[in-house]
Design a protein around this ligand. Structure first.
Ligand code: GLN
Length: 481
């Protein structure tokens, strides 16, 4: 079956003339028709454009990913296609240009099938904050898929595309990858261009991807990554041939287990799965040592000051004047601003804007925002110290597997605490990945791997080695085989 084939296999089969891009795209579009509504994973579908593009590729185009179907998180601008960011505010917004990520993948020959559902403005951990409704977890449709890139993760898990893009500000690639049972990588901050990626918290936002395996991710990430003069924080560093460099050999690699990530709060089944994965890596030749990352417990409070502060500034542009939602019949300019924003933004986005404006206001700036910047530095310092001792960090992604839709919806703080294991790497800007590592009661568990700055290749290779030895990443949700 086409949807069971790996990315490397699909590309090779097309290059050898055994499989046309049209056949691959049609096979995936048929799966979207069949399963798309069940999961609510997609906001916009572009089947006609996808078919036309596939025909074009069959006519001529080569490119590293020629004919590879892909789904983009609806945070990435797509020229001529609605780009909603999961918000009523942008429900009527058709992007006039492509994000760099979209442009690069398209140039490499990827074919966009759809735009994925997501938490509004990427704020959330469960994908229940979308204006378009909650996304469902394919492993159990009463459960959340994780957020904020939940549509992307659920789509890959259900085989609606072999790969999808996502963004991770505080965990939004790793967390849905873990809860939906797929592989997801958040690169180093600055590795992937933020141009055309709608801003949430600019010092943290980073694009990345989901696929079924580390090897598949390696192909997609290589095409997305690299310097872009249109993003001032994009880093001028060469992008290695990630897939070509996968050896599957981790002999002699030193892996650190931070004690703080295995402390109270980690659910027993998840701990067991993560520890079994670490044992597997030991069996593959890695050395495992315990380390301390003493500022880990500051991450949630630090992040939930800095991210809202930056969001309150970034989201000021949605004023009902230039683009996006505008309220009906404003009586004056203040009314236009107030009602457009009150009606256009959902409750979680409004909460973040209020927190952000508060922590940045005179009198509170020093106590909250400045303090958070200082604690952010301490957290980054933990990673510097850790990577003096170890090559890689291994940890859980979440404290527990997916929870039922609605369970935490009325408790924002419980939702924020979900992010305890993913926020530190985001605050430090280091790359992180989640690989499927088992199940608890039929729901997937992820293993988080974290590498030093710009060592995505090391992450992907460790994930690949683990996946060569295990089969968790090959399991498919019942009903979506
Ligand atoms: N859960 C975090 C938040 O709600 C992270 C989201 C993200 O990474 N985009 O802000």
């Amino acid at each position: 079956m086409i949807h069971e084939r790996s990315i490397a296999d699909l590309i090779a089969a097309r290059a050898a003339g055994e499989l046309s891009a049209e056949a691959v795209v049609d096979a995936y579009l048929a799966r979207i028709d069949r399963h798309g509504d069940t999961l609510n994973a997609l906001i916009t579908r572009t089947p006609e454009a996808a078919r036309a593009r596939a025909a074009e590729i069959d006519g001529a185009l080569a490119g590293a990913l020629a004919g590879l179907p892909i789904i983009h998180k609806d945070i990435f601008c797509t020229q001529g296609v609605k780009t909603s960011c999961g918000s009523r505010m942008l429900d009527n917004f058709v992007a006039p240009y492509d994000a760099t990520v979209v442009e690069r993948l398209t140039t490499a020959g990827a074919v966009t099938l759809a735009k994925a559902n997501m938490d509004e403005f990427a704020m959330g951990s469960s994908n229940e904050n979308s204006f378009y409704g909650a996304v469902k977890n394919p492993w159990n449709t009463d459960y959340v898929p994780g957020g904020s890139s939940g549509g992307s993760a659920a789509a890959v898990a259900a085989g609606l595309a072999p790969a999808a893009t996502g963004t991770d500000t505080g965990g939004s690639i790793r967390q849905p990858a873990a809860l939906s049972g797929v592989t997801g990588i958040k690169p180093t901050y600055g590795r992937v261009s933020r141009y055309g990626m709608i801003a949430f918290a600019s010092s943290l936002d980073q694009g990345g991807c989901f696929a079924r395996s580390a090897e598949d991710c390696a192909h997609v990430l290589a095409a997305m990554a690299g310097f872009d003069g249109r993003d001032s924080t994009s880093v001028e560093a060469d992008v290695p041939d990630y897939a070509g460099q996968l050896t599957g050999d981790i002999t002699g690699l030193t892996i650190g287990l931070p004690r703080e990530y295995f402390a109270e709060g980690l659910e027993a089944g998840s701990r067991e799965a993560v520890m079994a994965a670490i044992d597997e890596m030991k069996a593959l030749g890695a050395n495992v040592v315990e380390i301390d990352m003493p500022h880990t417990d500051l991450a949630v409070s630090t992040y939930y000051v800095i991210a809202p502060a930056e969001a309150s500034s970034n989201l000021a542009r949605f004023d009902g004047v230039r683009y996006g939602y505008r309220c009906a019949d404003p009586v004056d300019l203040d009314d236009l601003y107030n009602r457009s924003r009150a009606e256009g933004f959902g409750p979680e986005v409004q909460r973040r804007i209020m927190i952000g404006a508060y922590v940045l206001s005179a009198g509170y700036y020093d106590a909250y925002y400045l303090k958070a910047q200082k604690t952010r530095r301490l957290i980054a310092g933990d990673f510097h110290a850790a990577f003096d001792q170890v090559d890689l960090i291994a940890a859980p992604v979440t404290q527990a597997p997916a929870f039922p839709i609605g369970e935490k919806a009325d408790d924002p703080v419980a939702m924020y605490l979900n992010d305890v294991y993913t926020l530190p790497a985001s605050l430090a800007g280091v790359p992180g990945m989640s690989v499927p590592a088992g199940f608890v009661d039929g729901l997937p568990v992820g293993l988080q791997l974290i590498a030093p700055w710009f060592e995505e290749g090391r992450l992907l290779n460790a994930g690949h080695a683990y996946q060569q030895a295990t089969s968790w990443h090959t399991r498919r949700p019942p009903g979506f085989e």
